[in-house]
Design a protein around this ligand. Structure first.
Ligand code: ASP
Length: 501
């Protein structure tokens, strides 16, 4: 029998993971309550009340599983707490001194540690890879003029695609108007369920003042930037180091370049080995996401999710191909074929940083991008270029504004274009940060930031989707820039990893 290629195995892992996850999904109407050191499963409650000194302090209803768990966690003083449950058959149950309230985990979620190891391994590689490859990349662009030319083209291309992405998002949100389709009861329920989580995200947000944003890109201590995983600071340090390495005598710069080149190549070999477990890891990651979050919440936020997904689809499958056609001679089919495992890894990890090592390998081995361009354009793009995130932020801002009854003027929508571009640059290439940076966009147009509670429930699923164009745009930029310099090598969309089994 013909041996399956790695990307085929990953896609099989993805599909089987989704099926497995939906089969072993976490029951949304089941809770495990521990009291007096015994655990008991409770199913199908009609009403679920928290009591203190026999008076009701909060009541939840049948679909409020997450809200119940979160509320219990948020109650600081659990002494004298009682639970009163009215079950669907009308019977009542009183529980004293509850110790914990949790969902009942299924095998769909239990296998996730394998996926977590995979994501951690990729993240482990990302920072040394960004640092080393950018230093080598900048140093190999021989002179300052060349660096300025490639840097200018890269940033220009990234800015152009970001603006197009945001405009696409705004057009979709204006046409579909997802916020006007949502009914009041769904709005109230979502706001109540995710209120605390929204608050904690708002506290994490640092706000956006353009001047301090620029000042903060300069690291005081590059080693701290590395330790903290501050990608923008690492990028700046690496580019400056690379640029000025070529200004010192060759006998001094060469050992440094060789060192970082060796480091970057080792990271790439490592990723090829790590990818061996990708199919299994992807299976567990997707299974856990589907099992835990299910598709139920998608139903409530159907129009919003569809608007984001429609925008991302237009961006990825219509606009990017148009760029590919305008700026290069690369065949569309070859470009997407070459990216198969990049797309699968981005989708299942929701992290551009974790996907970067795979993207680099694919761009060099399959798309014929020379190392000096890939090692400069990709780490930079991973950090600053997030078209999918920018588009999502535009749709989310419009959606929240619509739900709250704000009619955004043209000026406010232009403000979204500007702030979403900056917010996307400031978004770290890891899961979930796009949502935190959305707060900046909301603030800039005067829409209540607590509104993020409306969309937290589907954020993980949409994060998976938006990370895909985030990284495809980086590969696209690589191919466009290499083509414009006449440096694009042979395209081998099916070239297999050496490490793949
Ligand atoms: N997960 C995204 C990425 O890594 C960032 C985000 O939008 O949250 O590209």
């Amino acid at each position: 029998m013909k041996k399956l290629q790695l990307h085929t195995k990953i896609i099989i892992g993805l599909i089987l993971g989704a099926l497995f996850g939906s089969f072993f999904s976490v029951n949304q109407n089941l809770l495990e309550i521990t009291y007096n050191n015994v655990s008991e499963k409770t199913e199908n409650w009609k009403e679920f009340s928290f009591l203190r000194k026999d008076s009701v302090i909060k009541t939840f209803y049948s679909d409020d599983q997450i809200a119940i768990i979160k509320y219990f966690k948020s109650v600081k003083d659990k002494k004298d707490l009682k639970l009163k449950l009215t079950l669907s058959d009308g019977s009542e149950k009183l529980i004293e001194n509850p110790q914990s309230i949790d969902k009942v985990k299924t095998i769909g979620v239990m296998l996730k540690p394998l996926g977590d190891i995979f994501v951690r391994l990729l993240n482990m590689i990302a920072i040394p890879l960004v640092l080393a490859s950018l230093i080598v990349g900048a140093a190999s662009l021989t002179d300052l003029k060349h660096i300025a030319k490639i840097g200018g083209k890269t940033i220009g291309f990234y800015a152009m695609t970001a603006i197009i992405a945001i405009t696409t998002g705004l057009i979709c949100a204006n046409l579909i108007q997802p916020g006007h389709i949502m009914d009041q009861s769904s709005k109230d329920r979502l706001l109540a369920t995710y209120q605390d989580e929204a608050q904690s995200r708002i506290e994490q947000n640092i706000g956006l003042d353009v001047v301090s944003f620029l000042v903060n890109i300069v690291p005081r201590n590059p080693f701290k930037a590395i330790a903290d995983g501050d990608f923008l600071q690492i990028v700046l340090f690496a580019i400056l180091t690379g640029v000025f390495l070529v200004q010192i005598p060759r006998e001094k710069s060469q050992p440094v370049i060789d060192f970082f080149d060796g480091l970057s190549q080792t990271m790439i070999v490592l990723v090829e080995k790590i990818m061996i477990i990708a199919p299994y890891a992807v299976f567990t990651l997707i299974a856990a996401t589907v099992a835990e979050f299910g598709f139920k919440i998608l139903h409530t936020l159907l129009w919003y999710s569809l608007t984001v997904i429609l925008g991302l689809t237009i961006l990825t499958f219509i606009e990017y191909p148009a760029f590919l056609k305008i700026f290069t001679k690369v065949k569309l089919k070859d470009f997407f074929r070459a990216q198969r495992q990049v797309i699968a890894v981005a989708f299942s990890t929701s992290s551009s940083a974790a996907t970067l090592p795979v993207t680099m390998d694919v761009c060099e081995k399959r798309l014929g991008v020379p190392n000096k361009i890939a090692s400069f354009v990709l780490p930079l793009g991973t950090t600053i270029n997030m078209d999918g995130t920018a588009l999502y932020q535009a749709v989310a801002a419009m959606f929240i504004a619509q739900v709250y009854g704000f009619d955004l003027t043209l000026t406010q929508q232009i403000t979204i274009v500007l702030t979403a571009s900056l917010a996307a640059i400031g978004t770290a290439p890891v899961p979930g940060i796009g949502l935190i940076m959305l707060i900046i966009v909301l603030r800039s147009i005067g829409v209540p930031e607590e509104g993020i509670a409306l969309i937290i429930g589907v954020d993980r699923l949409l994060d998976m989707c938006r990370t895909v164009p985030n990284i495809i745009a980086d590969s696209l930029a690589c191919v466009v820039i290499a083509s414009s310099d006449g440096e694009l090598g042979e395209i081998r969309p099916d070239a297999e990893y050496e490490g793949a089994m």
